[in-house]
Design a binder for this molecule. Structure first.
Ligand code: PLP
Length: 466
């Protein structure tokens, strides 16, 4: 028995597997398998780019947990920053009071953010940051005398979180349907999936970028510019499998937003803090939004926090008279999380991880592109340390899998087989079936090769099973 498995008992003396089955409600998870003898993987330890399960098996964490662990696992420095802050001041709210970690972090994020995005509203995670951004947009337009501007535009298949507002902004019908009716006023436009773009622009990135951006203008005009408050876009869209913006896309979107007085929200819950190579990914693609939402990598997951960063213009009406933003969270900007974020950002800077991503991303891409010789791999796309590999039934026609095949392939085989082969990543079919990779930013060529080799072997087997 390994030391890890000796640990596999709860303080009440139950086997962890049984206690997980009987008491833990996992997020976005099917539980039925646990009643048919399957066991949930229990991860007990992390070090660098690796995690270990309760049987002592080792995995390459090619998803940084959930697009979170930028600096890698097991950083004592971050644990110590949390302990120091918990001892000094474990908790105080930001409701009309402040504490040093939140002040220091707000100043630091404002310095990283482009343009005059100088005002930071802390949350506990990404969905709350998105929710905050929509609420701010609505109240801002009221305060400046344009109360009918309340609708939001976002893209098909995009994921923006689970609170009701963020879910309205989310473009995944299956995630929304059980909770309808949601907040009214969400409008969906096409995303920037070039692989699935209309045929007339499929082979011309620039034309596709203009086409996709113009769909936003079309939606604004259709709804009426006086009713539209904001557009929510990720720099690289996660859900659907890592869609980077085509050339010219964000230039055109920014121009459209300026023309019709619509706020541009850059939802960087995944893309910030080096995932693409800069602290904020709008810098990677050369646009200045009106708000940024961020979370995940801010602390590399060592403690939860999120933020909505707004421009001076948006804060201006809140600086006067009796006006407040009647919105907040008990744990928003938690002192321990803010202190951990400061220490995490110190590591990103000291170790030059953003530059490391910029320097090694081309090698990551070309390593993954080797997989294009497999019949099941239709597309490899992404940016920085954030890639999606789209799986297809027929490369020539780009035919995808039907629901039953996708179920059999992704849930029935791939997720488990990749994990058993030592690769933790994500097989996802919220759009067309993809495998997603977003490893810690400390990964090197050896890990890129390991990902490619495991994927090659498991995808080859998957093809033979079809
Ligand atoms: N926005 C984007 C782009 C995300 O990817 C996510 C989560 O993955 C969210 C919002 C929601 O963040 P959270 O799960 O922290 O609420």
């Amino acid at each position: 028995m390994t030391a890890a498995s000796a640990d596999g008992v709860t303080p009440r003396g139950t086997s962890r597997a049984d206690a997980a089955r009987d008491h833990l409600w996992m997020h976005f998870a099917r539980h039925s398998g646990l009643y048919e003898g399957q066991q949930v993987p229990v991860i007990t330890r992390g070090e660098g780019v690796r995690v270990w399960d309760d049987a002592g098996r080792r995995y390459l964490d090619a998803l940084a947990g959930l697009f979170v662990v930028q600096v890698g696992h097991g950083r004592r420095e971050l644990a110590e920053a949390a302990a120091r802050q918990a001892e000094q001041l474990a908790y105080f709210p930001l409701w009309s009071y402040a504490h040093p970690p939140a002040i220091d972090l707000a100043e630091r994020l404002a310095a990283y953010a482009p343009g005059d995005l100088n005002r930071v509203f802390f949350t506990t995670g990404g969905g709350e940051a998105v929710e905050t951004a929509w609420k701010l947009a609505k109240q801002y337009w009221r305060l400046v005398g344009r109360p009918t501007k309340h609708k939001v535009i976002s893209r098909a298949v995009a994921y923006h979180g689970t609170p009701h507002g963020a879910l309205t902004i989310t473009g995944i019908p299956a995630a929304k349907e059980p909770f309808e009716p949601l907040v009214p006023s969400g409008i969906t436009v096409p995303n920037t999936n070039q692989y699935r773009a209309p045929v007339h622009v499929r082979d011309d990135g620039k034309a596709f970028g203009l086409w996709a951006a113009d769909r936003i203008e079309e939606a604004i005009l259709f709804e009426g510019p006086d009713t539209v408050a904001a557009v929510f876009l990720e720099p690289v869209q996660n859900s659907g499998g890592c869609f980077p913006p085509p050339p010219g896309y964000f230039d055109r979107v920014r121009a459209i937003c300026d023309e019709y007085d619509v706020l541009l929200v850059s939802d960087e819950v995944i893309c910030a803090f080096g995932r693409i190579g800069s602290m904020f990914a709008c810098d990677d693609f050369g646009y200045v939004p009106d708000m940024i939402t961020c979370a995940k990598g801010m602390t590399s997951g060592y403690s939860p926090i999120g933020a909505m960063i707004a421009s001076d213009r948006l804060f201006e009406p809140f600086a006067k008279g009796t006006t407040t933003f009647p919105h907040g969270f008990t744990f928003g900007g938690h002192p321990v999380s803010a202190a951990v974020a400061m220490a995490n950002l110190d590591i990103l800077e000291r170790e030059g991880l953003n530059d490391h991503v910029k320097a090694t991303a081309p090698a990551f891409r070309s390593t993954l592109e080797k997989l294009l010789d497999l019949p099941i791999v239709g597309d490899v796309r992404g940016a920085g340390y954030f890639y999606g590999i789209e799986l297809v039934k027929d490369k020539n026609t780009r035919e995808t899998f039907d629901a039953e095949e996708s179920e059999r392939l992704l849930r029935g085989f791939l997720s488990r087989a990749l994990f058993e082969a030592g690769l933790y990543c994500r097989a996802d079919d919220r759009g067309d079936p993809v495998v997603q990779l977003a490893p810690p930013l400390i990964c090197e060529q050896a890990e890129f090769d390991e990902m490619e080799q495991i994927l090659r072997s498991v995808l080859t087997e998957a093809w033979s099973k079809l």
